[in-house]
Design a protein around this ligand. Structure first.
Ligand code: HEC
Length: 119
């Protein structure tokens, strides 16, 4: 039997469920979040001015994953001169650990995207 009280319960449940569904719909996945933040770091430090927005300019981002790990790539970025790269600025101490984490994930992602567009 549908009483007035039951109607409220049904309405309340419906509202609750729809806000839950909306939350799930609006939340971005961790990968997407890291990608967005990595992109922002890449632009904030003007990496894109030499490397291009898709990493298509200086260097070869498509093979980064074969030559670097998430541990060694920050070392390169912080001190490219140690890797015989005298054209790139030294970023040592400028990029925070969490920015570097997002940045490195983003660089590997750009590499994957470059590989995909090569096919
Ligand atoms: C003034 C120009 C310039 C800027 C700004 C710059 N780079 Fe570079 N970067 C270079 C050059 C030149 C190379 C060397 C390319 C090569 O060895 O062929 C390089 C190499 C690299 C490499 C290694 C590429 C490879 O194929 O071995 C990575 C990774 C990289 N840069 C990341 C970054 C990041 C991240 C930033 C921003 C924080 C940045 N660069 C800013 C010029 C720049």
């Amino acid at each position: 039997m549908i009483t007035k009280k039951n109607t409220y319960v049904i309405l309340a449940s419906f509202l609750f469920l729809s806000t839950q569904a909306l939350d799930i719909y609006q939340s971005t996945t961790p990968v997407e979040k890291s990608k967005d933040e990595g992109k922002q770091v890449f632009e904030r430090f003007a990496c894109n001015s030499c490397h291009g927005n898709s990493g298509e300019m200086e260097g070869d981002f498509s093979t980064l994953k074969e030559r670097f790990t998430a541990e060694t790539l920050p070392e390169y970025i912080n001190n490219p001169q140690a890797y015989d790269n005298k054209q790139m600025p030294v970023y040592d101490g400028m990029i925070s650990d969490s920015e570097m984490e997002d940045l490195v994930a983003y660089l590997f992602l750009l590499g994957e995207e470059l590989n995909r567009s090569d096919d």
